[in-house]
Ligand binder design. Structure first.
Ligand code: AMP
Ligand code: GLY
Length: 423
């Protein structure tokens, strides 16, 4: 079987790793890929948003199965394009990826189907949003409606900050058209958990849980990023909480999307806040999380193609999804200055230390080849993942492994998985 993966980040590298282990796969292609993915797949220089070229390539090459990684192409209809060409593809269609593409849509869906989430109001103009804030409680959360690289969320401690936030999102268009509409919602406190789940439109089966660290600096300080590190499983996501979420959140969401004529096939990512009043949804994403995938996928026992194909064929109920009874931690090595401004193009040394190192992985996020060398090519550069018998061992292993990699400008958080000590 020939598989094409769309994307170029650490998530797609982790997907490519699983695909490379599948006994059913002969050839892997990735568009556009990166220097790490190139070890496992043939990278083809087609941008993630150029669906025509992707489809042409898939036809010419005889691709049997396509996996779409990132949010932008999913929301814009990448899956629809491959389906139209009669090519088997894993991921939600555009009309289902809207669960991530529009926060106003996902909030209205949760309200309509009684799925627990923060109280909110949607706004399509700044005057109404500003008027609403006058009587609101603080802190309060402002969210640009559309896709904003995980950065379109502002937590505002008082009226003044919130007014500035509305201006930033709706008037100054800091996040572009993503800010044509916005959600204003209640501020929640608690532990955050990310739960990824395979979906076939009717059945939803969750993977092992994870926790991300979104802020750039230690102690959850600094700006929101795409994610600076993850651990899996979350010790706070107990069997009892999982059972509640399956019934009140995941199953309800699957049924809600079906009832709306938006059958969800692919990976549904639920960002949860475990509040005093029970688990509530922070957000839905229509894809694997990044860097959640880097700790969840290496622990998956199933052949990923078996599972993804079952999703596309609507027979996920036949799959016994299994994960290893261990733990994994991923520490992101970033370029100093991320997420604001940073230099790139620095040579990365030590990548070969990970070859054949059982239980250790170096997933490439922003890298490229410069001649024979691999150089930094983004804010998030690499995700160093290690497994361990338990979370503490995995964390120690991951931090030890970060020392094997060197590049100028290397930056990482030193407290990934600190919450483990409070479990
Ligand atoms: P989102 O992209 O919606 O997951 O938001 C990014 C981050 O902002 C989340 O991971 C939370 O840490 C925080 N956040 C979002 N919504 C809320 C909320 N209602 N209350 C508290 N924190 C929030
Ligand atoms: N790690 C969060 C995300 O992928 O959106």
């Amino acid at each position: 079987m020939k598989v094409l993966i769309i994307g170029s980040g650490g998530r797609e590298h982790a997907i490519a790793y699983c695909v490379s282990k599948s006994k059913r796969v002969d050839e892997i292609y990735c568009a556009p890929g990166n220097a790490g993915i190139a070890e496992l797949a043939e990278c083809v220089n087609i941008p993630v948003m150029d669906f025509d070229k992707q489809v042409d390539f898939a036809k010419e090459t005889g691709i049997d199965f396509v996996i779409v990684g990132p949010d932008d192409p999913l929301v814009a209809g990448c899956v629809d394009a491959f389906e139209k060409a009669g090519i088997k593809v894993f991921g939600p269609r555009s009309n289902a990826a809207i669960i991530e593409g529009s926060k106003a849509f996902s909030k209205d869906l949760m309200k309509k189907y009684d799925i627990p989430t923060a109280a909110y109001e949607n706004f399509d103009n700044a005057e109404d949003a500003l008027a609403y804030l006058e009587t609101a409680d603080f802190p309060i959360v402002l969210k640009a409606d559309g896709l904003a690289l995980g950065k379109g969320v502002l937590i505002c401690k008082d009226l003044e900050e919130a007014k500035a936030g509305v201006k930033e999102i709706m008037l100054d268009k800091h996040f572009g058209d993503a800010g044509n509409r916005m959600v204003i919602e209640e501020f929640m406190t608690g532990r955050e958990v990310s739960v990824l789940a395979f979906c076939d439109g009717t059945t939803i089966k969750t993977m092992t849980s994870a926790q991300d660290h979104k802020r750039a600096k230690d102690g959850d300080q600094g700006l929101n990023t795409g994610g600076m590190g993850t651990f899996s499983p979350s010790p706070f996501y107990t069997d009892e909480i999982a059972a509640f979420c399956q019934k009140e959140i995941y199953d309800k969401t699957m049924a809600a999307m079906k009832a709306e004529g938006r059958d969800f096939v692919g990976v549904l990512f639920t960002g949860l806040m475990l509040t005093e009043k029970g688990p509530k949804v922070l957000e839905f994403n229509a894809r694997f999380g990044d860097p959640e995938a880097q700790v969840v996928l290496p622990r998956m026992k199933n052949d990923i193609i078996d599972v993804m194909e079952a999703c596309v064929d609507g027979r996920l109920d036949e799959i016994d999804l299994q994960f290893e009874d261990n733990a994994a931690v991923c520490v992101v090595l970033a370029s100093d200055g991320y997420p604001v401004s940073y230099e790139k193009g620095f040579e990365i040394k030590g990548l070969d230390n990970f070859e054949d190192k059982e239980g250790y992985y170096v997933f490439h996020a922003g890298t490229k080849f410069a001649g024979q060398k691999v150089v930094t090519n983004g804010g998030r550069v690499l995700g160093v993942t290690a497994k361990g018998a338990d979370l503490k061992e995995a964390r120690a292993n991951a931090y030890e492994a970060t020392k094997l990699i060197e590049f100028d400008n290397k930056y990482m958080r030193n407290d990934i998985g600190k919450a483990i000590d409070e479990a």
